[in-house]
Design a protein around this ligand. Structure first.
Ligand SMILES: [Zn+2]
Length: 149
C-alpha cells in the first residue's frame, strides 16, 4: 500500500499545497487513518503509522506488520493490556541521541482459504481500533501530564 501524508488537524490527506504545520502530518497507509485520529484524540502524537504485507517465498504464508512511530518517548503504562501481538519498542533518531516510542504488531499469516490476507489485516486493524475506543481520553491525557511526556 502506498504511503501518504495525513493531516491530523484537518483529517485529510496533505498534498504539496497543504498549508498546516508539518508537525500535524503523519506518514500513513490509508487503512491507518482512524488509528491516527484516535491516538491524536488521546493526546498521543504519531509520526508514522503504516501496514506492510509481504509474501513469503511465493507460498500461502504472509508476513503482516503494523508499525506506529510516535514523536516522543512515552511511558508504556500509557497504553496497557493491548490486543495480543501488539508490543512497545524504542527506536533512536538523530544518531542515537534521541529515543522515541513505537508500537508494533508482527504476524506470519498462513492463508488457508477462509480469511484473505487483506481481511486478516483489516481484522487486526479493526481490533486495535476497538481497543483504542475503550481508552479514556481524559485519563490518558492526565497520565501524560503526570509523566511529563
Ligand atoms: Zn491540515
Amino acid at each position: 500500500m502506498k504511503g501518504i501524508f495525513y493531516c491530523v488537524k484537518c483529517h485529510k490527506v496533505a498534498t504539496i499545497r497543504h498549508k498546516c504545520n508539518p508537525l500535524s502530518y503523519v506518514s500513513i497507509t490509508r487503512n491507518m487513518r482512524f488509528i491516527v485520529d484516535t491516538m491524536n484524540d488521546l493526546g498521543l502524537e504519531l509520526m508514522s503509522a503504516v501496514s506492510y504485507v509481504e509474501n513469503i517465498d511465493r507460498s500461502f504464508s504472509h508476513k503482516l506488520e503494523l508499525e506506529l512511530e510516535f514523536r516522543y518517548e512515552y511511558n508504556e503504562a500509557i497504553l496497557q493490556a493491548m490486543p495480543d501481538g501488539w508490543n512497545w519498542y524504542k527506536f533512536s533518531v538523530k544518531d542515537g541521541k534521541v529515543w522515541l516510542s513505537g508500537l508494533r504488531y508482527i504476524e506470519e499469516y498462513v492463508w488457508t482459504g477462509a480469511e484473505t490476507v487483506t481481511d486478516r489485516l483489516n481484522h487486526i486493524i479493526k481490533e486495535f481500533e476497538n481497543y483504542l475506543g475503550t481508552r479514556d481520553t481524559q485519563a490518558t491525557k492526565s497520565i501524560l501530564m503526570l509523566m511529563g511526556s
